[in-house]
Write a protein that binds this ligand. Structure first.
Ligand SMILES: *Cc1c(COP(=O)(O)O)cnc(C)c1O
Length: 353
């Protein structure tokens, strides 16, 4: 139950076997067969994630790549980043490396943003948000996206939803692009990133390209669109991963995404109440409204190593703290691949310490 990569979704191995038997890994990426796989995965994603009409779906190798492409394609100079941990921090530092005037609004680790709608510099072209900061277990409350969109209708909004998709519903109309990779909530092997974006991002990209900005070459938005319209990718993609993603989306649709989301909420309550009751643990995120339901983080009095080791001996791997909080915290992932029994067992084992 680590937050990245997460446990594989239970049906992955059966799909993998079937893929091997039917020769999926060696399908040509320009063949009819590939295009059918590609189209199916996009269709399943549209259904599972309720992707509005007019939004496009692109594939790459990682979520981190999408951070870089979003900045290249959506901002000539001015991006604004809400930073409350390592992943939102990376989004900002990529913009700095690309030579943008990247502003940041920061809060300390474990804190959330009380107000995202503070005045932004008038030149701001792009606002970058991380909905679930995996390093600290802080999430954005759902209403903040709508408030931001209403306040800044003409600014592009990019949303990192890597570590809570598909566990909570994303009203995609409130953002211009959103992205994730598949090794967290989807429970798939790492190495596939997905970007969902609207035509405003494409227009911006074309206008930047027209003004001489580099927008990412073969992975510029217009290049990705040109191939996506043919159910293809510019390069040879990870066909197997794209195939598996379509299968897992289908499985989640059939299990019922509302039910999956309800289970996540239920298990999150179990985990946080276990943190609250435990004499050595205290939730890192003090304000309930900011607590992530998919990555629960606790401070461990006396250090986290022995607790993590104890659980490991009993067959449960939970995450250590992130970066410099590695030895002081635990992070428990609560993704669709986990069950109520797992969570209850982990809480029970921790309760004995
Ligand atoms: C894991 C993670 C990423 C990075 O994903 P990659 O697939 O490794 O690029 C980005 N953002 C968040 C919030 C994450 O949890």
């Amino acid at each position: 139950m680590t937050p990245g990569p997460g446990r594989l979704y239970p049906t992955v191995s059966a799909h993998l076997r079937e893929a091997m038997e039917t020769g999926i890994p060696s399908v040509s990426h320009r063949s009819e067969e590939y295009m059918t796989i590609h189209r199916n995965t996009v269709d399943q994603l549209k259904e599972l994630l309720d992707i509005p009409h007019g939004y496009h779906v692109f594939f790459s190798g990682s979520a981190t790549e999408w951070m870089e492409r979003i900045i290249q394609n959506c901002a000539a100079e001015h991006s604004l980043h809400f930073v409350n941990g390592a992943f939102s921090g990376r989004f900002h530092s990529i913009a700095v490396e690309l030579g943008k005037k990247a502003e940041k609004v920061s809060v300390s680790p474990g804190q959330g943003f009380q107000n995202l709608t503070q005045p932004v510099t008038p030149e701001t072209e792009l606002i970058c948000l991380t909905r679930n900061e995996t390093s600290t277990g802080v999430s954005l409350p759902p209403l903040t996206l709508r408030e931001l969109r209403e306040k800044y209708p003409s600014v592009l909004i990019a949303l990192d939803m890597v570590s809570d998709v598909p566990c909570i519903h994303t009203p995609l109309l409130q953002v211009d692009c959103a992205f994730f990779s598949v090794q967290k909530g989807f429970g798939l092997p790492a190495g596939l990133g997905v970007l969902i974006l609207n035509d405003r991002c494409l227009e911006k990209s074309r206008s930047l390209h027209g003004s001489g900005y580099y927008t990412g070459g073969f992975h510029s938005f217009p290049s990705l669109l040109k191939y996506a319209e043919k159910n293809q990718t510019p390069e040879t993609p990870n066909v197997l991963a794209i195939y598996l993603l379509g299968k897992i989306c289908r499985d989640m649709i059939e299990r019922g995404i509302d039910r999956i989301r309800e289970d996540i909420r239920f298990r999150a309550e179990t985990i946080y109440s276990c943190f609250d009751r435990h004499h050595l643990l205290s939730p890192f995120v003090k304000e309930q409204k900011f607590r992530s339901s998919t990555v629960a983080v606790a401070d461990v009095s006396g250090g986290s190593a022995s607790l993590i080791r104890h659980l490991k001996e009993k067959g449960f791997t939970i995450g250590a703290g992130y970066g410099k909080r590695k030895t002081d915290q635990i992070r428990i992932a609560n993704f669709p691949a986990h069950s109520r029994q797992d969570v209850e067992k982990v809480c029970e084992l921790m309760g004995k310490l």
